[in-house]
Design a protein around this ligand. Structure first.
Ligand SMILES: Cc1ncc(COP(=O)(O)O)c(C=O)c1O
Length: 386
């Protein structure tokens, strides 16, 4: 295989997530699958055809370079929306290829109009409104100029969407801020509408607001983390349970679609009192049996999981001992003497009845799922499990 580990993507689990999320979004709400960051580490080359085979036809990316990659992979009917960075000189490519992009300042709007004029084609834009996140977006104070420019350049612009992004809807601590943002969005969008700016869709919600603030669903939801089977936070999961009747604490309609696996590379006995791995961070408390696994921090298994991480082997949960190295780590198999060289080791996923979730190893090191996932290197081979 020429690789030390591989990733499996479970299609039935993705289908189940999609069914659940579409039901939650509502039948008239378009579903945009957010695939930035190499489809949150799942592997864009594999994920796009998988999503398309399940009926997804709208994809959100961060940048023009990501859009270019998706263009090469997607079916002709699917649409790509760039939610972040695009250079002025990339705009013509976007217009030509009917890729839509966020516009959040006048310079880009002017450049989009020029690119559309040169291409003799309307630029497909999403007007991003600043509602309180203070990241990107037009300010309320710019409303007159914005509406005038949109109306004056109607023949060059197709306003596909009017959008905004919420500043942390996964945490109840941000409740008032999100409510203010919703009000600011409605006021701004209402103003543009009153001025005669026509738009196909209002879209504001990603995973957390869709679940916790149903009024944010509007005409399209942009869903990243939840489609891969993760709650944006424990609070969001709890809010879902509270809002739906007869739910038990253990109910979880989302299924993690990713598994990450490797093999036992070597096994060795270590005598009581010996140190294991680099330095003196782990000393054998008794006679031990350990196995080396060919995965390290260069593969996205954080060094912070030294002496902390867990993996599955022969269906048992065992501990990482000592430091996680760049390309290897050592696990304690003293309680599983039947383990052999070549045995499957699960880094994320399940084996028998045990399971290692991304959240379990993210939380150990105070990380978020998003970051642990996108750190999985692009060159680990991915396989779809049908
Ligand atoms: C503009 C925008 N929309 C949607 C998303 C998807 O968010 P989530 O993964 O929480 O669903 C993101 C991700 O950060 C985003 O930046």
């Amino acid at each position: 295989m020429f690789h030390t580990s591989y990733i499996e993507i479970n299609k039935p689990a993705f289908k189940a997530n999609l069914r659940f999320l579409r039901r939650l979004a509502g039948s008239n709400v378009r579903f945009c699958s957010v695939v930035k960051g190499n489809a949150y580490g799942h592997g864009i080359e594999h994920f796009i055809p998988l999503a398309e085979s399940c009926g997804v036809d709208y994809f959100g990316v961060h940048s023009a370079i990501e859009a270019l990659r998706v263009c090469d992979i997607k079916k002709s009917g699917s649409h790509i929306m760039i939610m972040g960075m695009i250079e002025d000189e990339e705009l013509e490519w976007a217009v030509q290829n009917e890729v839509s992009f966020y516009v959040f300042e006048f310079e880009r709007l002017e450049a989009a109009v020029r690119a559309a004029g040169r291409q003799k084609k309307r630029a497909r834009i999403h007007v991003e409104l600043e509602t309180g996140m203070n990241r990107i977006g037009f300010h309320w104070e710019e409303r007159d100029k914005l509406s005038r420019m949109l109306l004056d350049n109607r023949e060059h612009l197709h306003v596909m969407g009017v959008s905004t992004h919420y500043a942390g809807a996964e945490s109840i601590a941000n409740y008032l801020r999100i409510q203010n943002q919703i009000a600011n969005y409605n006021r701004f969008q209402g103003y543009l509408k009153k001025k005669g700016v026509k738009t196909d869709m209002r879209h504001t919600a990603c995973s957390a607001p869709m679940i916790s603030y149903p009024q944010t669903k509007m005409d399209m939801v942009r869903i990243g983390i939840a489609q891969y089977g993760f709650w944006p936070s424990k609070e969001t999961h709890m809010q879902y349970l509270v809002s739906s009747a007869n739910k038990k604490l253990t109910d979880n309609p989302l299924r993690q679609i990713i598994s990450w696996k490797t093999k036992v590379m070597s096994i060795k006995k270590v005598a009581a009192g010996e140190f294991i791995g680099y330095g003196t961070v782990y000393q054998a408390t008794g006679n031990m049996l350990v196995a080396t696994v060919p995965i390290g921090y260069s593969h996205g298994f954080s060094r912070n999981l030294s002496n902390l991480g867990k993996v599955l082997v022969r269906g048992r949960r065992v501990s990482v001992v000592g430091m996680v190295n760049m390309n290897m780590m050592i696990i304690n198999i003293t309680q599983c003497p039947d383990v052999q060289r070549g045995d499957e080791v699960v880094l994320i996923g399940s084996q028998n009845k045990n399971r290692i979730t991304v959240s379990s190893f993210s939380e150990l090191i105070n990380n978020v799922n998003y970051e642990s996932l996108v750190r999985l290197p692009k060159d680990i081979p991915r396989f779809i499990i049908e």
